[in-house]
Design a protein. Structure first.
Length: 253
């Protein structure tokens, strides 16, 4: 190994070590914040119970303020949970996986919520899709983040098309919605941590999804225009030693 290559490797390893330490410290801080926050929330619940039966105008005003604090405590707890998920240093349990089967399971899980929201789910799954290596639990979480993002983009209902295909160097998974779409600025920052256009959103769902996908050696990109919907495309590599495993892919509604 040349001195320059060895130096580059040392720098990269140092950056990885620094990120791991920062993630550990940030995770510890988030846990420390959660403990007193839980105490505050519990005491607010007890105070709300004490004030709940009172007809005194002063007590009713106090109860309204308590409910505001309760709501903000809940929002902070959800934000901390999302941050801990984002900052977590993952040890992936990689297994040969049928991607089409993973997609079907996720859509079956999401179908009742989609029906309630007036969203039609359509799947076009290529039958001769090669086997990929996935940590099934974390990858399912990444897909769910993308699907929930599509649902939020279609508040009045719509259609979500999920399609798999073979590419030159692996496989691709496309999620296409006909929702509100994104302007250029939003599209440019959509994977930035804490960036959100949604009121009360943590801005960590899509960055966490990208982090998980990249941990699998994959990549994700987005195409979107206002009023014309959004397409997220995930590319995953296929190790040469894994043979294609036909799984009866088809079109589903």
């Amino acid at each position: 190994m040349s001195p320059s290559a060895e130096s580059t490797r040392d720098v990269n390893q140092k950056l990885v070590d620094q990120y791991t330490e920062i993630a550990r410290l940030a995770g510890g801080l988030a846990h420390e914040i959660k403990n007193p926050l839980s105490t505050i929330r519990l005491n607010m619940e007890l105070l709300a119970e004490d004030l709940g039966d009172s007809e005194n105008p002063r007590d009713r005003r106090a109860l309204a303020k308590v409910k505001v604090v309760q709501k903000e405590c809940q929002r902070l707890e959800e934000l901390l949970d999302n941050f801990l998920d984002f900052a977590k240093v993952r040890r992936l349990k990689i297994e040969p996986t049928n991607l089409n089967q993973q997609v079907r399971q996720l859509l079956d899980f999401f179908r009742p919520e989609a029906r309630q929201a007036g969203i039609e789910l359509v799947a076009y799954l290529t039958s001769d899709l090669p086997t990929v290596l996935l940590d099934r639990e974390s990858f399912r979480g990444a897909l769910l983040n993308l699907v929930l993002n599509a649902r939020q983009a279609m508040p009045d209902g719509g259609q979500l098309v999920v399609r798999t295909s073979v590419t030159g160097d692996g496989v691709a998974l496309h999620l296409i919605d006909n929702g509100c779409g994104m302007e250029e600025r939003t599209r440019a920052h959509v994977f930035d941590a804490f960036f959100s256009t949604k009121k009360g959103g943590s801005g960590l769902g899509l960055p966490t999804a990208r982090k998980i996908i990249e941990a699998h050696g994959g990549r994700v990109r987005v195409q979107s225009e206002p009023g014309r919907g959004t397409q997220f495309t995930i590319h995953l590599p296929v190790p040469a030693r894994l043979a294609a495993a036909p799984d009866g892919g088809d079109a589903e509604a």
